[in-house]
Ligand binder design. Sequence first.
Ligand SMILES: C[S@@+](CC[C@H](N)C(=O)[O-])C[C@H]1O[C@@H](n2cnc3c(N)ncnc32)[C@H](O)[C@@H]1O
Length: 277
Amino acid sequence: MTVGAADFDWIAQLVWQRSAIVLEKGKEYLVESRLAPLARKTGAETVSEFVTRLIAKPDSSLISEVIDAMTTNETSWFRDHYPFQALQSHVLPELTRNRGRQRTLRVWSAGCSSGQEPYSIAMVVQDHFALHPGWAVDIIGSDLSDVMLEKARNARYGQLEVNRGLPVAMLVRHFERLGTEWQLRPEIRRMVDFRSINLAQRIPEIGTFDIIFLRNVLIYFDADTKRGIFEQVKRVLRPDGYLFLGGAETTLNVDPDFEPVMYDRATCYRLRGREVS
Ligand SMILES: C[S@@+](CC[C@H](N)C(=O)[O-])C[C@H]1O[C@@H](n2cnc3c(N)ncnc32)[C@H](O)[C@@H]1O
């Protein structure tokens, strides 16, 4: 049995208000399958009963769990490969030249899920700066989901998770076995600082960034929300910085201030009329 229309509308409205994620009609099955475990946990017999109880008594921690359950946290190591290759062969070398005096670099992985994206960036950064000592590199990973942030901070992954995109040589070098799981070693873990940031709200003062990964997040939002997020990105991206989006995402027809730039098979986005800083 799938959730009824009124319950679906209530959940869709709640999720949109809290996260900007759009749940279109036809996604009733998704609400049903994602909320069924939570409903069971609270003792409700069905998702409908769970929603009825939640409407009658909107408990804030339960609402957070609903939002968490409705986010899609799919991710992998070095996802799509090419953005990380571009980072290694073009972006980091160029920014190393441009920031030669300051010797600092800041990277933001927004919507980082369980940490694979910022930790993949950290591995590339570590290799690059081994040849350029004396640099301070900040990497921030952020997400809306507290469950994902906790997993990211713990940096413990199952066999199936490490099988997704992580070359064996990197597994051996950067992880140690912990029972049936793999624990990322402290050298890489301490390179990334995790923060709770809701992209649908005004982002907190987190400084400016040379590189922003905002990948596979915008696909869940409507056009106005995307425009609002690009406005925020423009506030924090340095004028000669780089923005990476997911393969199905683009600034084209959404924000004319960005232009796509291709490096091999990776597309990244840069501000038009930029100056070196
Ligand atoms: C599909 S994952 C993408 C993970 C990673 N960027 C990648 O490409 O592999 C999308 C992530 O965006 C997060 N997310 C969804 N809505 C968000 C919002 N309003 N603010 C911040 N993060 C959000 C989800 O919790 C989820 O972890």
